[in-house]
Write a protein that binds this ligand. Structure first.
Ligand code: CA
Ligand code: CA
Length: 319
């Protein structure tokens, strides 16, 4: 009996001594910044959380995307978005031998992109951005955070400012977007256009400097009644004075397309890079038909054909 016990003790000691001294860390990522990038660019991406132990592997449902990791990964890696990458939302995942991160939403765009620069909470500290088409990657990084961006408009210009945050990126924010004139008055505001994400459209009555102001509340309401924020409250703010596709109608297609509507001007209707079809869109007043969230390899895409072909929306194809 005592001999059996001593054998068991020896086996236990051997198991303990042969166990690895330190376990590898799996990638644990809650958000990435920027949460999108322009076609044809290589960008540096910072993660919220940890990348995990090398060697790391990268996966995306958009196979053109590639990633490079530093020898000793900490918080950043580089991501290459080739010019031919289709615009729209994609999913990323990082993994090593011990496990994988959750799926991370990322948006491939056609417009130039800039990073939010803090401090920018007040009009006098606002960050000046281009109005003829750009995307700001930012975050409401802490409670009370307010992000302000200065833009210049000509009289009669139509400004479109759209926030992508909760609906596509899974950001826990319920954002509100305001347009403030140079005299400090709020001339336009939107809270929820697509899910909790705002989209603001404003025709400038006079030329001058205006300010886009973004703040947010928790998408899951709690007992606090104040501007909120956090490291993973990431957003993308698209600003344009050109045509903007805010939704499509119908929201799914069976066979040849009969009609689709956008808010302004004409667009190009594409089925896929290999098989495209061109249709004139009709002018249509703003009707709230949210763009579907479905991510599918088989999908149709509308892009605008005005100026620098900058906006796109996707809809699922019903075979
Ligand atoms: Ca901020
Ligand atoms: Ca909102």
């Amino acid at each position: 009996m005592s001999r059996t016990i001593s054998l068991q003790a020896a086996l236990l000691l051997w198991l303990i001594s042969s166990a690895p001294q330190s376990l590898a860390e799996t990638p644990e990522i809650t958000a990435i910044s920027p949460a999108g990038g322009q076609q044809g660019r290589t960008i540096e991406v910072t993660v919220q959380g940890k990348l995990g132990t090398a060697p790391l592997r990268f996966w995306s449902n958009q196979p053109e995307l590639t990633a490079m990791f530093p020898e000793k990964p900490e918080k950043t890696f580089s991501l290459t978005i080739p010019e031919q990458t289709s615009p729209g939302p994609v999913l990323l995942r990082l993994a090593n031998a011990d496990g994988a991160s959750r799926l991370l939403p990322f948006v491939v765009g056609k417009l130039p992109e800039v990073q939010e620069a803090e401090p920018n909470e007040a009009l006098e500290k606002s960050q000046t951005i281009a109005t003829d088409g750009c995307v700001v990657n930012g975050a409401l990084g802490k409670n009370g955070d307010v992000d302000t961006f200065a833009i210049d408009l000509e009289a009669g210009q139509t400004l479109v400012a759209a926030v992508t945050a909760q609906q596509i990126l899974g950001s826990p924010m319920d954002g509100v977007l305001q347009l403030v004139a140079s005299d400090g008055y709020v001339v336009a505001q939107n809270d929820d256009d697509h899910a909790n994400d705002p989209l603001l459209i404003y025709v400038a009555k006079k030329a001058g400097r205006y300010y886009l102001r973004l703040f947010g509340f928790p998408a899951t309401p709690n007992s606090s009644i104040r501007f909120s924020g956090g490291a993973d409250w990431i957003y993308r703010l698209t600003v344009s004075t050109g045509p903007y596709v805010d939704h499509l109608q119908p929201v799914a297609l069976h066979g040849p397309a009969r009609s689709l509507f956008t808010n302004q001007s004409a667009g190009i209707f594409q089925s896929s890079p290999s098989r495209s079809r061109h249709l004139k869109t009709e002018k249509h007043s703003f009707t709230s038909i949210p763009c579907p969230r479905t991510l599918s390899h088989s999908r149709l895409r509308i892009t605008r054909s005005y100026r620098n072909l900058s906006q796109s929306r996707s809809l699922p194809r019903v075979a």
